[in-house]
Write a protein that binds this ligand. Sequence first.
Ligand code: HEM
Length: 471
Amino acid sequence: MRDKNRINSTDDSKYISGPRSLFGWRMNMLRFYRNPFTYSRWLYDEYGKIVALGQGDSPTYVFAFGPEYNQQILTDPDLFEISSSLLKVPEDSLLGRMFYNNLILMTGEKHKKHRRLMQPAFHRQQIVSYCNDMVQLTDLLGDDWEKKAQIELNHEMKKLTQRIAVKTLFGLYNEEELDQMGEYIHKMTKSMLWITLIPVNIPGTPYHQAVHCAEQLDTKIRAMIARKRLETNATDVLASLVQARDEDGTQLSDEELVGHAFTLYVAGHETTANALTWSIFLLSQHPNILTNLLEELDGVLKGSDPTLEKLASLSLLDGVIKESLRLLPPAGIGVRITSRSCELGGFTIPKGTNVFFNQMITHRLPDLYEEPDRFKPERWSSIKRSPYEYLPFSAGQHMCIGWNFATQEMKVVLARLLQRFRFALIPGSKISPNMMMRPIHGMPMKVVLQDGNFSKTSVKGKINQYVNLSF
Ligand code: HEM
């Protein structure tokens, strides 16, 4: 049902259009959360670049599609704010200090200062030093796969990126310690929804379990910080953060360091695991592209370790990663809240409006991407897109600080695994991504030593709405 919702226009005769439901905007939001991609696509096709899901109750929900709005929203963080209002953890609690002390929730000068202090840990030169760890941990996982015939790829990618994150962030070597650290953080974050819904610290509740894990983590990270203050030659991210000093001599406090370390781990590993999962999936469904990629890898690397110089000359691998992040970005829809009344696309938007920007729709605009639903890594050798036209890592002040790290990690892991193994999706598998691009029914893959014997398999599930797999 079409309707003009009642958000004012600067020209008083105009209202933002959008769908109407007997149950108001809540029903529309439910539809959106159930099927974020198809619902967004329908909104865009039906109503255009700016759509409102209703006004009646405050706050309202506005969807803004396309590069111009991405730019307007992402370059004005004081107006389009990131909100932490969903997080119901008290700020002065241990959990609160871990959850709130992070870049994404910081604003203005504080954000700039912390980002400046953290930047050296993500400089290209610093990230190069993580290359060996990435290779070794990938090989270790591969050794384990040689004993298996079938794997759940997303689970395995999470295990790998978790180990790489703990190793490169904290400098831990011991495999048991690597997994234990990851386990604590996993337990803390897996029940975020319950922690938010029932923030009650009594034994048996998810909140209580999260507090217990937070205590263990806090103690561990603080002990590591104390060690790193004495070491001068450690090269991990935490060591770099410990040593970071602003022009005026300010350093990050222990509390801030714990918060940043925790967030870097959380922000970095699942996103990268999902991106790797989809890259392997897309390649397994495009045997010709995979054949060409393997030729490129064999030609440049000849079985040797993927050093950074060699990675830089792998143009098809670069295109595969860009294309996978274009079609299936692990953070494909973002939201901001207006801090005051403002103008967007000729309409007056009230203070407190939730404004959604949408990488997934931007990445499928036919003016920007020919045959937008096809996986065509080769397109990247002839196109260049602005930060607001291609934004898997977002753009503006809050653009992902780990984009370089993630890209290098994806290149190393893919180069190493594809040379060693052939992946084949179990025929007829149901493959459906959720909002965060996690395949909700998993990604069951047969894994055998690489023999170049590629063929695509039939796929069921929502993935067919995201990508045209018929080529
Ligand atoms: C494929 C992997 C990744 C994707 C797709 C991704 C995506 C994103 C996106 C879209 C944002 C901005 C969110 C917004 O504007 O609302 C972001 C921010 C951030 N990411 Fe990533 N990320 C990835 C990997 C990583 C890694 C490996 C790290 C760290 C090791 C990391 C750390 C962060 C941090 C700290 C922020 C907040 C930056 C700020 O507010 O200034 N991410 N990421």
